[in-house]
Each structure stands twice: as structure tokens, then as C-alpha cells.
Design a protein around this ligand. Structure first.
Ligand SMILES: [Zn+2]
Length: 297
């Protein structure tokens, strides 16, 4: 029996066009920096999977150090103008694991969907875990180039040694490649490029499957409506990933859990799969969400 915990490591707020781009090119960037409408406080979720082979953590959330002066580069427009954070020290992943009766060093595996600060900010607590990362995402985050793109590689713990994700020709739903991280093969990493070019997601398969989505979209509605966020460098790549997730949800009951969707924890609790009707129709015309009775494996 699989158990997944939603752990909220504080909140982030962005401008609306970051969640859902309205224009292209430079206008898309200026919208993210200057639009007057904010998203409201969005959760920063981390997913703890209790698996019989050991504990797996998907993302590490944010750190309360965001409130220290200079923690974020003050020269960077994204941190100056486009984001606000609220994280209390007791909301960091370490104290929250301990509150669940779990020592952070007992987490066997950590998977990072990507390396943005609100997903890698809790790494310092996970000193004993094997940590799966896309090597190309890691490379993209390095140096000045990485910092210009909003990554904070200089904040990662010095001792941190990522393990590289390697995809094999193991099809999973619409994905030609995947990487299982359990011997039983029920927890898999799949490539979900879009929000970042080497973004990955984690799938827990079963009678109902769970899609631990990172930032493939900011919420379920924007997935269903195939609205690409303002961060994704290529709209086409991001939309192709969304279409794969939507197709996967057609093939099996799927609980879609993006990191910043205020409704993710409730969908996990019910659980409420994404229901897609009418095979062959355009995804945006055929989707609705329903609540179903809790299942047991
Ligand atoms: Zn992100």
C-alpha cells in the first residue's frame, strides 16, 4: 500500500502572466515583471512517498533563508519584481519530516523535478539521501548563465552530490522512455520538458496513479486548457508535455499534482482523478474533474 503525503513548505506569489502567458517574446517577459495582477499566495508542495522499499521525497521545497537579506540576488529582475516568498523555519522540509516522526536521514531517495530555488531550497536537510537530478538541468543551472536564468547554484550545499537520471527504452503510457526508481518498478521518472528544458516528473503507478508534476503547469486548470506558463522557453515543447499528461490521464485514473496548485492536496486526499471523456477529441473540449471515493490497493 502506497501512501503519499503533501507537505507544504511555505508559499510563493508570482504575477498572473507567469502562471499563464498571454503574449510572446519580450512582451511575455515584461508581463511577468510588471503585470499588476498577482497570483495570490501559492503553496510550495513537496511529496513524500511512503514505499515498502523506503521513503522517497519528490522535491525539497523552499528554505526560510529566502527572508535573509541578500539570499536572493538583488540585481535579478525575477527576485526584485516577479516573486514573493513566505517560508517560516518550521515549514522547511526537515522540521516537517520530524513532525511526521521521520528523521530526514531516513529518506532513501530524493528526486528533483528541476532546480529552481523553490524545489531545491530544502536540500540542506537531506544529507543522507540519494538525489536524482537531470544532468542537463544541473548543467543549465551552473555559473553565471544559471544565475541569470534564476537558479541559485551557489546556495546548494557544498557536500551535495547528485545522481544522474538515465532514461531507458521502458515505455510508460505516452512516454517512450522512463526510469524506475523502485525494484518493483511502480515509481518512475519520466521526461516532462517545458517549464525548464530538462524538467522531469515522477509517476506512482497503481489502480489509481499519481503524477507528481513539479511545474509542468501551475494548476490543473491550465493543464486542461493547455495554457503554457510564462517561464517555459518553448511553448511547443511545454504543450507537447501537457498533451502527453492529458493522454496518460485518458489511459488510466490519474491524480495530477503540480507543486503550486492550491487544490493538489485535496485531490490527493479524495483522491480525485482527472477525467477525460471522448477519445480522439481535442483535449481542451473534453475534460472535467470529478471526485471519486477513496480507493484501497
Ligand atoms: Zn520552477
Amino acid at each position: 500500500m502506497l501512501k503519499i503525503h503533501a507537505i507544504r513548505t511555505g508559499f510563493v506569489e508570482v504575477r498572473r502572466p507567469q502562471m499563464e502567458a498571454r503574449r510572446k517574446g519580450l512582451a511575455k517577459i515584461t508581463d511577468m515583471l510588471f503585470d499588476e495582477q498577482w497570483s495570490g499566495w501559492l503553496p510550495i508542495y513537496v511529496w513524500l512517498v511512503e514505499h515498502e522499499e523506503g521513503l522517497i521525497l519528490v522535491d525539497t521545497g523552499e528554505t526560510a533563508r529566502v527572508h535573509e537579506r541578500g539570499y536572493h540576488p538583488s540585481w535579478h529582475p525575477f527576485y526584485r519584481r516577479a516573486s514573493r516568498f513566505s517560508v517560516h523555519p518550521e515549514e522547511e522540509i526537515g522540521p516537517q519530516l520530524r513532525a511526521l516522526g521521520i528523521a530526514p536521514r531516513d529518506v532513501r531517495q530524493v528526486v528533483l523535478t528541476h532546480l529552481h530555488t523553490d524545489h531545491s531550497g530544502g536540500l540542506a536537510h537531506l544529507t543522507a539521501s540519494k538525489c536524482w537530478v537531470s544532468r542537463r538541468e544541473w548543467k543549465r543551472a551552473q555559473g553565471l548563465g544559471g544565475r541569470l536564468q534564476g537558479y541559485l547554484p551557489h546556495r546548494w550545499p557544498k557536500w551535495w552530490q547528485p545522481s544522474w537520471i538515465r532514461f531507458d527504452a521502458r515505455p510508460l503510457g505516452p512516454w517512450a522512455q522512463s526510469m524506475p526508481i523502485t525494484r518493483s518498478g511502480d515509481i518512475c521518472i519520466v521526461p516532462t520538458p517545458g517549464h525548464t528544458p530538462h524538467h522531469i516528473s515522477v509517476v506512482a503507478t497503481g489502480s489509481v496513479s499519481f503524477f507528481l508534476a513539479g511545474d509542468t503547469s501551475y494548476n490543473q486548470r491550465t493543464l486542461v486548457e493547455r495554457k503554457v506558463d510564462g517561464v517555459s522557453p518553448s511553448e511547443d515543447v511545454a504543450r507537447a508535455t501537457m498533451d502527453k499528461i492529458l493522454l496518460f490521464a485518458k489511459q488510466r485514473p490519474l491524480i495530477y499534482l503540480p507543486s503550486h496548485d492550491p487544490d493538489s492536496a485535496e485531490r490527493l486526499r479524495l483522491p480525485a482523478p482527472l477525467v477525460i471523456e471522448g477519445h480522439g477529441e481535442r483535449p481542451e473540449s473534453v475534460l472535467r474533474t470529478v471526485a471519486v471515493a477513496a480507493h484501497s490497493d
